[in-house]
Design a protein around this ligand. Sequence first.
Ligand SMILES: NC(=O)c1ccc[n+]([C@@H]2O[C@H](COP(=O)([O-])OP(=O)(O)OC[C@H]3O[C@@H](n4cnc5c(N)ncnc54)[C@H](O)[C@@H]3O)[C@@H](O)[C@H]2O)c1
Length: 265
Amino acid sequence: MTGPDTAATGGEAAAPGNPTGGIAVVTGAAGGMGVHICRRLLADGHRVLVTDLDPAAAERTAAALDPSGERAVGAKLDVSRRGDFEAALGQVRELWGTPTILVNNAALTQAEPLMDLAVADFSKVLDINATSVFTGCQVFGQAMAEAGYGRIVNMASLAGQNGGTATGGHYAASKGAILTLTKVFARELAGRGVTVNAVSPGPHDLPIVHRTVPEDKLAAVVAGIPVGRLGEPAFIGDVVALLASAGAAFVTGACWDVNGGLYLR
Ligand SMILES: NC(=O)c1ccc[n+]([C@@H]2O[C@H](COP(=O)([O-])OP(=O)(O)OC[C@H]3O[C@@H](n4cnc5c(N)ncnc54)[C@H](O)[C@@H]3O)[C@@H](O)[C@H]2O)c1
């Protein structure tokens, strides 16, 4: 299947409605990794709905990425609300057409001693991190499947593979669930032109890592990373963009690790 973003990469003719590239929605994109992902998708010629909990923050980020306001637009999308996913889908359709790319990036990153972890906190993190991916894949996956083309990329984490070190059990469990949801939706949508993949980063040089790991412990964390440094968030943008490209049609249900050698398999 020829993807709609081929025009941006010099490929075959674009699909109707997407003359200059794909149409992306990125969650939790007002700051951190999401900004790098949006920047890279824009550089590839896609249009991007930059979403987050706080619409003003999302709009600021969109305006910084694209001062013209034509190719990046900010919007509110609380990923714990199905209605917000549906509203974002409607908004994108009105703006540009049916979305071709969804990046489920939003998450709550928290550290908490496992044996003190309250069920309410466990459920909240599972809801925002994992149930949101279920909802996003269902709502956007359905729309993409009906259009016959789509790329969904879910942000997992090393914590979901190795049980976590600096983060809490709720965060690690939620990221493990995302890896399985990625496979479940990949199977469901593979025959309808929609791929679903996960990216699994280790610790990156981002504010959340500096907030979660006390500065006096960060040097020890970095020393424990085989490549001896934190990850570069712009590269996560590159990885997401590659999985979101039309050429990635043969990759689905996969998890691409970006962890500095912390977890080998
Ligand atoms: N930073 C890292 O080193 C690292 C490592 C592994 C995985 N990840 C994953 O990458 C993704 C991005 O990480 P980050 O470093 O940018 O984290 P971050 O905490 O800086 O950003 C998360 C974003 O999600 C938003 N968010 C929180 N709850 C939301 C909700 N209910 N609805 C919508 N948005 C909500 C926040 O406002 C924030 O903008 C996350 O899924 C995270 O688990 C990051």
